[in-house]
Design a protein around this ligand. Structure first.
Ligand code: GDP
Ligand code: MG
Length: 172
């Protein structure tokens, strides 16, 4: 008998330029565009992950750049099973910004949503301004999974998304 596939909606949140589109393109299509990644027309991409004897289909919603105008409304993350909050390890403001998102998500959608935090651009270690420890402690305090990633060098993404998939499976 074929095993069941569960499908989940995952929304990407974070300041402009932190690498959200790059992460989803790397994870779903294994490509990286240096410079300006194209806006994804469909605004969502998906990838099926095999986890043990189960398959988890992650349908990942990317923004079309509205975050730059602070115009991402609840309609975007409503019905989301998980949120991936992305900041850039070389940009303190982008880290502060995810804390605002976490508060907004908790207020608007409650505790049912699974949170993951990605410190992206881990290849730029020499320009780092947000420490791993600070980010990991913050993630812990809000019950989020934390990982550092590089969409450019394809580091940390498999661990990030498989951990998200496992937690989603465990939740329903
Ligand atoms: P978004 O606005 O959050 O969707 O960010 P983008 O995916 O458009 O990326 C913004 C810029 O950061 C682009 O120039 C990307 O090439 C670059 N970028 C994205 N991810 C990484 C990464 O992991 N490392 C480095 N060095 N640059 C990255
Ligand atoms: Mg983008």
């Amino acid at each position: 008998m074929a095993s069941r596939t569960s499908s989940y909606k995952v929304v990407l949140l974070g300041e402009g330029r932190v690498g959200k589109t790059s992460l989803v393109l790397r994870f779903c299509r294994d490509t990286f565009v240096d410079g300006q990644p194209p806006t994804i027309q469909a605004s969502c991409l998906e990838r099926a992950l095999r986890l043990g004897d189960k398959t988890v289909n992650l349908v990942i919603w990317d923004t079309a750049g509205q975050e730059r105008f602070h115009a991402l409304g609840p309609i975007y993350y409503r019905d989301a099973d998980a949120a991936l909050l992305v900041y850039d390890i070389t940009d303190t403001d982008s880290f502060k910004r995810i804390q605002v998102w976490v508060r907004e998500l908790r207020k608007m959608v409650g505790d049912s949503i699974q949170l993951s935090i990605a410190g992206n651009k881990s290849d730029l270690e020499r320009q780092r301004v947000v420490s791993r420890q600070e980010a990991a402690e913050y993630a812990d305090s809000v019950g989020a999974h934390y990982a550092e990633t590089s969409a450019k060098q394809n580091r940390g993404l498999d661990e990030l998304f498989s951990s998200m998939g496992k937690r989603l499976l465990a939740s329903r």
